[in-house]
Design a protein around this ligand. Structure first.
Ligand code: F6P
Length: 749
């Protein structure tokens, strides 16, 4: 039995009998269970439950037992009814466990399992109170050492200080061998990392660290469906979303053939898309639908929106979307509703509610608002919802989806708990809105591009593997060079929403402080990701990047534009003009400009220092053929895997997001306060929040917004319907004329 199982067992007994470890006394007569000696009363009052199934946990138990040469059957012990038990006897049992634990060979596989389950053990122990917790921590084998204490990590630290910090990129870029080595290519993607503050030795040291961290086996584990998101007990299979149909039968999660499932849903989406786009599916009043509003937030919005922005100007996308429109409604701000549907005709509009949980407060309020909007125009009939609302959600939310009024037989597209929200654009979250607008075939091209990069990631050796190198350089810059921000600058207007998507993808994934062994880390992880398209960004925040802080940059450029222009009398095409900046910026950042160079230009002495650029600022350049659906899939996969690599090296679970929960919970408390204040007719209700500052600002808000919410005062509350805030006005007001569409001093009238 592993130490982990011992402790869970111990925890279970302590919990059931509500005793503290301080009550332990000396051993009593015992009987053997699982190779351990337990007092008869403990054995008789606890269920002896034998698991012989083939589930992974059972088989690992069997393996452990075999290793120890013990009985064939795996036995798990738990309290049957929590009835009172002689604490002395229980204490004796626990003591036996301790003795056995202490005799366990720390290098054995059993301890390894305990290490990997450390967080679960701690969780369990936490429930038992302080002294039991402390006792369990004492007997539990120590967690794996932090990666920062490994020789591989320390070598990199020394290398950064002793070698790299005394080098300048200006000189490094003159090293021909280095420049020719520091690039990689795959399927039209050209990756140049010669402007990173790294040498070939740095890369070798990073590969050593990657090997130490078992990077490639862990990547394979992710693709194979291992439950690496252990805090939620989930596999991480966004790669299955773009696996080809013939890969069905190769990846299973809890007995489910993941790839077959994915293709079942894709086929369903394809069929629905064809029916929608051929006019077979119509709205409640029989009109063809041509407007699509996708309601969702976070991962249920950012990925699909970034993809939509790309396809808007892509040749096939332009043609296939003619006559249709797609908008996204994410923010719970009612102004976002107004901006989304003010000029839409509800009879021609299909609403897609994208929410994995189907409980996210913002999404559900927006969904209800859009449903009301439909009802306001077409009548309060459930069939309006059945004909105009589609849901993309997790199977476990089916009942909620049904309760909302969605036709779950035809208008429901499922996803699974083994795909996190921010990794879900290749599933129904992206497939439904994008296919409805652009046709399913174009969406498939996006999947194919992602698949190509997935295969490269899975199979290419580390020193040729673009996402691996990008991830290792991320670790290098963040943990060893001390740069805690990084910028993503696509020289493609159509990628304007890529930085926002990557921001969520990476910051929600690696913004962590506890490693996978449940231990607080002592090394910097996670970067602040931000970006804007070039050249706009150059005229915005590049001042800081050139002369202020050092912020590693990823420059993304394209060999061919989606739409190039060469006007009469212009010497270069507009795309060449754009790309001149793509090539110039990385060198400007790397080389900088010395005082001598500035003086040589005749600069007045008092301005020389102002015009000096230190340079030595790292960047990578990624060059792609042309921004298509396929290439967008490659870009997506590249960045998803960069994030995973960094998480693996840092020993994080990159696939949960507990950090966003606190804000959600506090918003609920605040809502309670607001409801009390709003329901108070007299208007003298004073909010007493968690602290005086919050009480004060909330009371200020309530007092000053009372009229806006109530319209004509408490005796005349304004009854608002969605129609009053959203209306199909624009086409009724052409040519433009004087009109009053609202904005009545903040009142909703
Ligand atoms: O903001 C936290 C989060 O849980 C994201 O991870 C997720 O993408 C988003 O909320 C939306 O969640 P859902 O798809 O369940 O509505």
């Amino acid at each position: 039995m592993s130490s982990f199982m011992h402790v869970v067992f111990l925890a279970a007994i302590l919990a059931q009998h509500q005793i503290g470890v301080h009550s332990f006394i000396s051993p009593q007569p015992t009987i053997p269970v699982l190779g351990r000696s337990l007092p008869p009363s403990v054995v008789s009052s606890n269920v002896v439950h034998c698991r012989t199934s083939s589930s992974s946990s059972s088989s690992s138990c069997l393996r452990m037992k075999k290793n120890r040469g013990e009985r064939k059957r795996t036995t798990k012990i738990m309290s049957k009814d929590g009835s009172s038990e002689d604490s002395a006897q229980i204490a004796a049992a626990v003591e036996q466990l301790q003795i056995q634990l202490e005799s366990t060979d720390p290098s054995s596989e059993l301890d390894d399992i305990a290490h990997h389950n450390y967080p679960k053990v701690i969780l369990q122990a936490d429930k038992l109170g302080r002294s039991a917790h402390a006792q369990i921590l004492r007997i539990l084998p120590k967690p794996k050492p932090l990666v920062s204490s490994t020789p591989e990590w320390k070598r990199l630290q020394r290398h950064a200080v002793e070698n790299i910090q005394s080098m300048h990129l200006r000189d490094m870029l003159q090293d021909t061998e280095r420049c020719h080595s520091m690039y990689a290519e795959h399927d039209g993607v050209y990756f140049d990392y010669s402007r990173q503050q790294a040498t070939l030795e740095t890369m070798d040291l990073l590969y050593d660290l990657a090997n130490k961290q078992e990077l490639m086996p862990r990547i394979r584990g992710m693709f194979n469906g291992e439950k690496i998101n252990f805090t939620e007990d989930r596999a991480v299979l966004h790669t299955a979303l773009r696996a080809s149909k013939d890969q069905a039968g190769t990846v299973f999660v809890d007995g489910m053939d993941a790839i077959a499932e994915v293709h079942e849903v894709l086929d369903q989406i394809k069929k629905f898309t064809e029916a929608f786009r051929s006019g077979q599916i119509t709205g409640y009043t029989g009109k063809r639908m041509r407007n699509i509003v996708s309601v969702g937030i976070g991962g249920s919005y950012l990925g699909p929106e970034f993809l939509h922005e790309v396809l808007k100007t892509e040749a096939t996308g332009i043609n296939s979307s003619l006559g249709y429109s797609l908008r996204f409604l994410a923010n719970v701000d009612p102004v976002d509703v107004e901006r989304t549907c003010a000029d839409l005709d509800p009879e021609e509009t299909l609403i897609i509610v994208v929410s994995k949980t189907f409980t996210t407060a913002e999404t559900m309020l927006n969904a209800r608002t859009m449903r009301q909007w439909l009802w306001d125009f077409m009548g309060d009939d459930i069939d309006v919802v059945r004909k105009h609302v589609v849901a993309c959600s997790s199977i476990s939310a089916t009942e909620n989806v049904k309760a909302f009024g969605v036709d779950t037989d035809k208008y429901f597209f499922r996803f699974w708990d083994w795909v996190g929200g921010r990794y879900s654009v290749c599933g129904a979250a992206g497939a439904v809105p994008i296919s409805l607008l652009y046709g399913f075939d174009l969406f498939e091209k996006f999947l194919e591009g992602a698949r190509s990069m997935d295969q490269h990631f899975l199979n290419a050796p580390m020193n040729k593997n673009i996402p691996v190198i990008m991830g290792l350089l991320g670790v290098w810059n963040s943990s060893f060079m001390g740069y805690n921000s990084r910028a993503l600058i696509p020289y493609a207007q159509a990628l304007l929403r890529l930085p926002a998507h990557i921001q969520q993808l990476d910051m929600e994934s690696n913004g962590k402080r506890i490693n996978r062994f449940g231990v607080e880390i002592d090394y910097p992880v996670g970067e602040v990701d931000f970006g804007e398209p070039g050249t706009n960004s150059q005229h915005s925040f590049f001042q800081l990047i050139h002369q202020g802080q050092t912020i590693p940059v990823d420059f993304l450029g394209f060999v061919q534009s989606q739409h190039d222009l060469l006007m009469d009398n212009e010497k270069l095409s507009s795309h060449d003009e754009l790309m001149a900046n793509f090539f110039a910026q990385p060198d400007a950042l790397a080389n900088g400009k010395t005082a001598e160079e500035v003086r040589a230009e005749g600069c007045p002495e008092e301005l020389v220092l102002h015009k000096v650029f230190d340079g030595n600022r790292p960047s990578s350049s990624l060059l792609f053929p042309q921004l298509s659906a396929y290439v967008t899939g490659q870009i997506l996969s590249l960045y998803e895997h960069r994030t995973a690599v960094q998480g693996f090296i840092w020993d994080l679970n990159s696939f949960d997001q507990w950090g966003v929960e606190l804000g959600k919970k506090l918003a609920l408390d605040v809502k309670e306060h607001l409801m009390e204040a709003r329901n108070n007719e007299v208007g003298d209700h004073e909010i007493i929040a968690d602290n005086p500052a919050t009480s004060r600002i909330m009371n200020y808000y309530v007092k000053n917004s009372r009229d806006a919410v109530r319209g004509g005062g408490s005796s005349n509350p304004v009854v608002t319907s969605a129609t009053s805030v959203t209306r199909k006005t624009h086409k009724d007001f052409f040519p433009p004329q004087i009109h009053d569409l609202g904005g009545h001093s903040g009142r909703l009238s």
